[in-house]
Structures are given as C-alpha cells and as structure tokens.
Design a protein around this ligand. Structure first.
Ligand code: FES
Length: 506
C-alpha cells in the first residue's frame, strides 16, 4: 500500500482501462485456453487467434492487473545476469540464441505497435551498463569481450551522461526500448477481440487436468473449460505443485517515481552493477513541466527480510545522491520477480504433461521473456520449428546450475524450521491497527491482522501450497510465503501463486 499522497504503480495510475470483459458464467470449449492476461498470455492468444485458432483468454483479475502492471517496463536484450555467466551455463551458442531471442522480442513489440497502430509510447533507446568500482569496471571489460565473441548485440564503451556516476566508461547497448505496458496490453487485447478471441476476466482457474485428447480447466466456482491445449502464463505456474518451484525462486523488487526536471539526463535505460542492482529510466509526461525518474532495485527473496519502507527510502536516497533537479516522490510500488536457477525463463510443455504449456521464470526480463513465450508457445502448438525450443524448455537440466539449485532448496528447507520457532509477537494485544503478525498458540501458528478499525482477523499461518509459515509484509499489507513466493492479502485471499487457495480462516 502506498504512503499518503504517493500513488501506487505508475502504469495503473496513468492508464484508464475502459474496456470491460465478462466473467465466465457457463461451461465452454475452445481449441486453446490461455490463463493469465499479462504480456505472455496476450501475446500467445493474439498469435494463435491470428493463425486461425479459436482461443479464449481467462484472467483471475483484470487485463494487466498482475505483474505486467508492476514492472518498470525496460525492454532490454542486454541480459542482466551477465554474459560470461550465461556463457558458462549455456555455452556460446546458447548465449547467442538467448540474446537473439530477446532482441527479436523487442523487434516484435516495435513492429506490432506499428502494424496494429498501438499507441503505447514505444521508443527505441540506448541502454547504459555502468560500473562504480574498479572491480566492476574490470568485470565490464570481460563482459564486453564475451559480447564481442558472441557478436549479436551491438555495444560500445561511452561516457555516462550522469556526472556523478561517470568515473568509469559505460558499456552502451543499441536497440533497447521502453513503452507503457498497459497501453500495449490494451492494444493487444483489442486486436485479439476484434479477430474473434474471447476474454473472461475475474475468472479464477484453480485446476488444470489433462484427459486423453483434452485439457479440462476448472474455475473456482465450478465452471469447466474444455480445450485441446492449455497455456498457463500466471507468473508462477499454479498447475505444477512441486517440480517447477524447486527450479526457481520468488523475489520482490521495488520502484519509486520521482519528479525530475525535463532534459536533465537523456532518455535512455541505465543499470548499475551492484548486487542487487539499480535500474533507471525516464517516464515522459506530456503537458507537464517535469518528467518522472523511475528507479528500481533493492530486490530480496519474497517473505524474507521484508522491510519495504526502508527499501523505498534507500531507493530515494540513492536517486538523490546521483541525480540533480529531483522533486518529490510521486509513485512507489513493488513487484514479484521469478528467478530461475539458471537465469532463463521456462517456456514450453509443463514437465510430465502433453497438452499444458507454461511460461514462467521472468528473471527480471518479464516483457521480453513474455514476448518470447508468446512466439515460442504459439509455434509449438502450431507444430512449427522454433530455434529457441530447447533453450527454454521447462524440463531442461543444467548441470552448471546444480550449485545454485542446491542452495535454493537449502534456503527453502530452512524456511520450514519456522513451523517450530516462536511467534513474531507474544500475543495479539501488541498488534497495532493496520498491522499483522504471526503468533504461536500451542503447536499452531496463527496469522493475526488487526484492521484499521481495531477488529482482529485470525488465519492459519500455514501456506496452502506446501506448508511454510507466511510472514507479514508491512508496506504491502500482505502475507508473503518465504518458500516459493505465494502472497495473500490481509484477509488471506491469494494474490500470487503457486498457492491457489486462500489462507484458512480460523
Ligand atoms: Fe510454497 Fe508457500 S509458496 S509453501
């Protein structure tokens, strides 16, 4: 929840979504049912409908109301996990394919906005990767060498046009981009509908089962959708109970939007090399005297080490240290990033399934990974060859990532110890209005929330996914699970999977 006078997600605030879509009220059939109306879901739905298939799109909330509205909308083919690191994991050919696929994703968005006349503020930009220490400068030199070897992404060393950060040369990438994600989704969904595609919003799917030649998707209120293929694009796949969640982890990333005088820095994308890193872009406000400087970063594992207030303040302080002519903070929000152990998204058939496809593991490049998912999954369903199939397949095993894999699962195992630890507070009397905390009662852990009027609400603190204990997130006023990133609102209703049922009311 945003502080008083500060707006949440800049995109939700600067976009007026006028189209209303119905809720699914009867059983229905289609050739393909896509679940999730973010960039992956809408791209795959658009491409398949365009190819002559009968597609329906189902979304638990509204179009773009998930993580697409909570990105900072950088369109980058310069992958932030490092070229040398990706080369080690996937080899030089794998790295080349990964970079090509992300560049083609930006090209796809640029071409589509032109072809379908989608007014979404798309702009081609340069992207600056800048070091701030000697070690980072040396590392950047090595990154440039790997890039020269792979020879698909144009980059050159240049001085950063931000005086206080220009001690070292930056690596500058051509053909990066930015846009307004919700305006883009609005255009895509309009075009999808005009071709006969159907969209149902406020329709929550909580079960996907394959039966012979069909896939049956069941809504929370018992409606059935029968389809030849299901495509699950819900950030993290709720249809997969365990396998995929051992190969990726959920992180929170934070963003603030501060007023900045027009023209102080060139409109471009900027990324530092810290761990976790900062990412910066400009949102141009027409008919206003200032623009918005969007600064993101301060990532941490969901449900672990939550101190969102401090993270927002740290971002503001960082911006104030390096940028001049800043005004007040107008926006602040956070989003969920799903980080695969080997840095590339999982796109393709869900392991063990024959007709259910997934797209997950955005790795902080959700807009390009989502666009790749749209292209790749539509090709797989249409039985067309796609050179990216093997690189992104969800069942892949990457032995080089085995160490990260082991650490990830050790971290999850540690979270289970919380089931036997004491509560966060001794009793509910110390919980202030608008706050929550986990208390222990005998062997049970209880998630207690006191609403603004002082009334207590008690929920089981056990996450319905695989039984970890949730934690209170003060800034977002949510219950977050530290194991695989499920999130629930203060009343216990699920916001982010993999859990697909609410916290139990006590
Ligand atoms: Fe897996 Fe909570 S998200 S146990």
């Amino acid at each position: 929840m945003a502080a008083t006078g500060i707006h949440e997600s800049l995109w939700l605030d600067t976009f007026d979504w006028k189209q209303k879509y119905p809720k699914l009220t009867t059983d229905i059939t289609a050739e393909i049912c896509v679940v999730g109306a973010g960039i992956s879901g809408l791209t795959v739905a658009y491409l398949l409908q365009k190819a002559g298939k009968k597609v329906i799109l189902v979304e638990a909330g509204n179009i773009g109301s998930g993580e697409t509205a909570r990105t900072t909308a950088h369109l980058a083919s310069a992958l932030d996990d490092g070229f040398a690191h990706l080369k080690k994991l996937f080899g030089i050919d794998g790295l080349r394919l990964a970079l090509q696929s992300h560049q083609e994703a930006i090209d796809f968005i640029a071409n589509l906005t032109k072809k379908e006349k989608i007014d979404c503020d798309f702009a081609w930009l340069e992207g600056y990767l800048f070091p701030t220490t000697d070690e980072e400068a040396a590392e950047l030199q090595k990154e440039a060498e790997v890039l020269a070897e792979v020879n698909v992404l144009k980059a050159q060393f240049k001085k950063l046009p931000i005086a206080k950060l220009s001690r070292y040369q930056s690596l500058v990438f051509a053909k990066q981009g930015q846009f307004h994600p919700l305006k883009y989704l609005a255009g895509l969904s309009k075009r999808f509908s005009s071709m006969g595609g159907e969209i149902f919003t406020n329709t929550y799917i909580n079960e996907v089962k394959e039966k012979g030649e069909a896939t049956i998707l069941t809504t929370r209120d018992g409606r059935c959708i029968g389809a030849q293929y299901a495509v699950i694009t819900t950030n993290t796949p709720f249809n997969d109970k365990v396998t995929m969640h051992t190969k990726q982890a959920a992180y929170r990333s934070y963003a603030v939007g501060l007023e900045i005088a027009k023209g102080v820095i060139p409109t471009a994308l900027y990324w530092d090399m810290h761990q976790p890193y900062h990412y910066v872009r400009i949102y141009e406000r027409k008919d206003q005297t200032s623009d918005i400087l969007i600064v993101g970063g301060e990532d941490h594992k969901t449900g672990q080490d939550d101190n969102s207030e401090k993270r927002f303040l740290d971002l503001i302080q960082w911006a104030q240290t390096y940028f001049s002519n800043l005004g007040v903070c107008r926006y602040r929000w956070s989003g969920q990033i799903i980080e695969p152990v080997d840095s590339l998204a999982f796109i393709g058939l869900n392991p063990g399934d024959k007709r259910t496809f997934i797209a997950t593991g955005d790795s902080g490049h959700g807009l390009t990974h989502g666009t790749i998912a749209g292209q790749l999954i539509s090709d797989l369903i249409l039985k067309r060859n796609n050179p990216w199939e093997k690189l992104y397949q969800p069942a892949r095993k990457n032995w080089w990532a085995a160490c990260e894999f082991a650490q990830e699962n050790l971290n999850v195992a540690k979270q289970y110890l919380d089931t036997i630890s004491p509560g966060e507070v001794k009793n509910s009397k110390v919980i202030a209005p608008g706050e929550g905390a986990v208390i222990r009662k005998g062997i049970k852990k209880i998630a207690v929330y006191r609403n603004k009027q002082g009334k207590l609400q008690k929920l089981s603190a056990v996450c319905p996914h695989l039984g970890c204990i949730v934690k209170w997130n003060k800034a977002e006023t949510t219950w977050d699970c530290p194991c695989h990133g499920s999130r629930f609102n203060a009343q216990g209703e699920v916001l982010n999977g993999p859990a697909h049922t609410n916290l139990e009311k006590l």
